[in-house]
Ligand binder design. Structure first.
Ligand code: NAD
Length: 456
């Protein structure tokens, strides 16, 4: 059957499709089923007005894409960026489907995008935009604990997720599970401890798993383990900062970081928290003492290091700069940071790419825990602990015990997924880790479709 007209085959979504196709060749599923697994099921494009402080009106364009309903609800972050396009959210929604399948999170993939630059909006404007976007999603049944559950992405965080939960609750006051309509909420608003750091922490676990296998690191010229591994991070936002912080805690050395204003290099290592604190104070990375500064953020790609973590946006490593990269391992903290053309250059140089659908899956893993907690209406560990200690009140607030549960479950999930993907990679003689991760995800989704049958 012909593919629905209007689907883009270029750009970011085109890159995801090309990775899908490369992997699908190594599976035996029927082409019709592969088409169903590959493309986006539903895309809602909306425009809505926002009143500005001076009384004027501005129109905001926004999207929500639901890629796959083989499991429900669908799940995926919301991006606030003036550059976000429908193609981007379709690509990001597709990646969510494959990511969830890899880490055994029983959701389909989705993603949202709102065309705004949060840095140029007041907090009040952002709140009005977020609440109106939520209302638009609700109107078309694109949000709900059983339907589609957003989370943070580039440009959004716990604050926006709190506004979404509150708006949904106001509009669905009789829905007892309303708080499970979104994850990544502030802990005080029924979020879960450990969600904010989860994606970055998961990136650290993914790297740790990959460098722990002697026969995988030997060809890269590295020794097993994180100790002394030299790391460069592009983007010190939610994912990049927490990845750098956790890696540093575990013995890696952060030798370079990049933000919008430029990049800094310190061969002996940086203290990431000090860098972030000073940047907050001065507004720039570049004045950090004792470092070499570069005005182009992309300079970080040429830094001498063992592991490079692109943790800003898609498509940043392309044919034009892949040749400069000296890292032996590229760990995709961001979604889609390496284009297919750049990937070939890097693989030809013998680098290991830890693909986004595994590397940054820690966020959705802990989002799943938060959703479960909201549906259970109780914190993890509270009932067991109360029975153990004879006190039902000792764990009323989100406890450090719950945080520990979350951290352990996240580490186990990343370790298990690595073992599964590596097994597929090696036992089926696949060319690289991304192909293996896609093959593994496609197999799982195809089996889910086949076992449930087709309605009607
Ligand atoms: P964020 O907004 O918290 O941080 C992104 C950071 O990148 C910002 O500090 C920004 O200033 C910086 N940046 C932008 N352009 C840059 C450039 N050219 N050079 C250097 N730095 C630059 O966003 P985030 O949530 O950390 O998301 C980053 C990436 O990770 C995105 O691709 C996102 O889809 C992906 N991701 C996020 C999550 C999550 O839980 N937040 C989960 C999975 C994947």
């Amino acid at each position: 059957m012909a593919i629905t007209p209007g689907l883009t085959e270029t750009g970011f979504f085109g890159s995801v499709l090309s990775n899908f196709d490369r992997a699908a060749r190594h599976t035996k599923h029927h082409p019709g089923l592969l088409d169903q697994v590959k493309y986006c099921n539903a895309v809602y494009r909306m425009r809505f007005p926002i009143r500005m402080e001076d009384g004027s009106v501005e129109v905001v364009e926004a999207y929500r894409a639901e890629h796959s309903h083989h499991r429900t609800p669908t799940k995926g972050g919301i991006r606030f960026s003036e550059d976000v396009t429908q193609d981007d959210v379709m690509a990001l929604a597709a990646l969510m489907t494959f990511k969830c399948a890899l880490v055994r999170v029983p959701f389909g993939g989705a993603k949202g995008g709102v065309c705004v630059n949060p840095q140029r909006c007041t907090v009040e404007q952002l709140e009005r935009i977020t609440r109106r976007y939520t209302a638009e999603l609700l109107k078309k049944d694109f949000i709900g604990p059983a339907v589609d559950v957003p989370a943070p992405d580039y440009g959004t965080g716990p604050r926006e997720m709190g506004w979404i939960a509150d708006t949904y609750r106001m509009m669905r006051p009789h829905d007892l599970d309303a708080l499970a309509c979104v994850t990544g909420k502030p802990v005080e608003q029924h979020g879960i401890p450990g969600r904010t750091e989860a994606t970055g922490r998961g990136v650290c676990h993914a790297i740790e798993e990959c460098v722990s296998v002697p026969e995988d690191v030997k060809p890269l010229g590295l020794k097993p383990g994180l100790s002394g591994v030299r790391v460069v991070v592009q983007g010190l936002g939610n994912v990049g900062y927490h990845a750098a912080h956790t890696l540093q805690e575990r013995g890696a050395v952060i030798v370079g970081v990049a933000e919008r204003e430029g990049a800094i290099l310190a061969a002996d290592g940086l203290d990431v928290d000090a860098v972030v604190a000073r940047r907050r104070e001065t507004g720039t990375l570049l004045e950090h003492p004792g470092v070499k500064s570069f005005e182009r953020p992309e300079a970080c790609f040429g830094f001498d290091c063992d592991v490079l973590i692109p943790a800003a946006l898609e498509g940043v490593i392309h044919e034009g700069n892949a040749g400069q990269i000296r890292a032996r391992i590229i760990a995709e903290g961001a979604n889609g940071p390496v284009t297919p053309e750049a990937e070939q250059v890097l693989l030809d140089k013998g680098a290991l790419i830890i693909p986004d659908i595994y590397c940054n899956a820690g966020g959705v893993t802990v989002s799943y825990f938060e959703w479960l907690k909201n549906l259970n209406h109780v914190s993890f560990g509270r009932i067991g602990s109360a029975a153990q200690h004879g006190s039902a009140t000792a764990h009323l607030s989100p406890s450090s015990e719950e945080h520990e549960h979350v951290r352990r479950a996240l580490a186990d999930t990343m370790a298990f997924a690595h073992r599964e993907v590596r097994e597929v990679w090696r036992s089926r003689g696949l060319p690289d880790l991304r192909t293996a991760a896609f093959v593994q995800a496609i197999d799982k989704i195809a089996v889910a479709y086949e076992s449930v049958g087709i309605f009607p």
